[in-house]
Structure formats: structure tokens, C-alpha cells
Design a binder for this molecule. Sequence first.
Ligand code: TD4
Ligand code: CA
Ligand code: ZN
Length: 307
Amino acid sequence: MPLVSLIEMYKPANAQKYAIGQFNVNNLEFVQAALEAADEMKSPIILAASTSAIKYAGLDYLVNIVRTGSGKISAPVALHLDHGATIEDAEKCINGGFTSVMIDASHHPFEENIRITREVVKMAHPKNIAVEAELGRLGGIEDNVSVSEKDAILTDPKQAEQFVKESGCDALAVAVGTSHGAYKFKGEAKLAFDRIGDIKKRIGIPLVLHGASGVGQDLLEKAQKYGAKLPGAKGVPDEAYIKAISLGINKINIDTDLRLAWVGAVREVLANKPEEFDPRKVLGPAREAVKKVIIGKMKLFDSAGKA
Ligand code: TD4
Ligand code: CA
Ligand code: ZN
């Protein structure tokens, strides 16, 4: 079916307390992997392009590949801008065929974040396009900007209430202890679950968990077996997703896990078949590995069977 507004997809997810996975894509194989997973799992899905994905692949290429794939399946597909940095980034996607945009002005002062988000809402809502905003600051690397642990700031529930009221955003990305990338926790994996519950009670709208990759042992072991160097990598445990969803998270962003699955599969082929030079033989198994990870997340997030 044609791309669906994330505003529509959020309604049953919020009412029935499940989360829709956001899977970041940069190329054809990732889009195919994700849409095959959605089709087989009968799950709604969000494909996301970051500003660097758009720079890499081209906005029109991405939109058209995603539209083509979405047209072949009956599960609802939304196309979302991940971490739009400026009003102009969001505007390009609003006019270019996306059905949801994130404006991440969380590094600006509070009032400025509200003002920028409100501007994007004004452009997006007449077209029924969803707007995700961010309050607080995640650690880790985002658009090549590295935020150190001490600069990460958890979302303040009271501020969140005012922010949503004044900005009119449809979903809020919260900083609750996760971070982008493969190195999320030095010691124990800790999420501020109370904060998720408190924020949800105050605002009611869908909450978004960024930096949510699991960085599972299986993915790490395979990549490392074939030469990847990822010492100390650590992610979000499966039980944490379930708890976070029960407290009000309705969208969970996964990028790193797909990259890890991809690199493990590519390395395996290259290591085991040094005579191979057909790109399809290298990328085909990687596409399958990415699809498998996505299927696992759809089950965990309880979005499987909801399409
Ligand atoms: O928003 N995201 C994905 C961020 C990807 C941005 O990277 P590029 O700028 O290099 O495209 C997430 O919250 C996913 O977090 P994860 O835990 O998968 O790293
Ligand atoms: Ca941010
Ligand atoms: Zn993110």
C-alpha cells in the first residue's frame, strides 16, 4: 500500500501498548530486508533516513525505493526523517514524500527548541505528516557529533509537559539513559524507567526510545569471529524493551544492530570465499541477516501481527 502517516500508525500502537520499530536505511538491500520482514511478520514498520543517509543515497532515490517496496506489501510503512537538524532538513522531507519527520533541536535552549519544533509542526500537520521532537540529550554519536557521558541530560518530565503543549509535536524522543552506537553502557545497562512512566502520565503521546540497539552477543560474536574489532560493545537488553513499552514507549529506533548483522555477514562471505567477487553473493546474505534482526525486534516490540 502507499506510505502511511505515522500519525495514523501511532494511534493503535498507543492504545494497545506496543512499539513500532524504526529501522534506519541507507540503501536498497536494507529497504528490502525491512519490508520483507514487515510483510512476513504482518507488522507496521518505520523506515528512517538520517540526514547523512540522505546525503549518501539521495532523497529522491530513498523515497522512490521505499515507495516501490511499500507498494508491494499490505503492511503499513511510514518513511521518517531521523534527527533532522534544521527546519530546512524537515521541510525537504515534508515536501519530498516522507510521512514523518524528526526535528532534533534538543541542543538548543528550551524555548528555542519549542520554537523550531512548532515551525516544523506548522509545515507538517496540514499534510498529515507526523513530527517527532527531542528533549534532553542522548550520549553517543549522532550525525558525527559525539556527546560525552557528562554532557548527556535526561529528559525532565515537567519540561516535557510544557514542551509538548507548546510545540504541538506528535511524539517525543526522551533521553532516559540510552545512547547511539555500539557502546551504550560501561557497566550495567541502566535505563531510567520511572522517568518514562512519569513523562507518559503527563503527556500521553507516543514516546520514542533512541539508541535502542541490543548489541546482542550473537551479532558481536559473529562479527568478531571474522575479524571485526568491537571491544566493550554493549546495548539494551531485551527485557528493557518490554518494560519500556509497558511504560509508554511506542517507537524504538534500531540502527546499530542492523549494521552489526550486516558487517558480520559480509565478513563471513569474504573470509570463507576469498574467490567470490559477485556483489550479490556478498550482499545477499547480509540482506538476510538484517531481515532476521528486524523480525526478532518486531516480535519483541509486539508489533508483529498488528498490520
Ligand atoms: O536515531 N537512531 C539512529 C541514528 C543513526 C544516525 O546515524 P548516521 O547519521 O550515521 O546515519 C537511533 O536512535 C538508533 O540507535 P542505535 O542504538 O541503533 O545506535
Ligand atoms: Ca539530539
Ligand atoms: Zn536517534
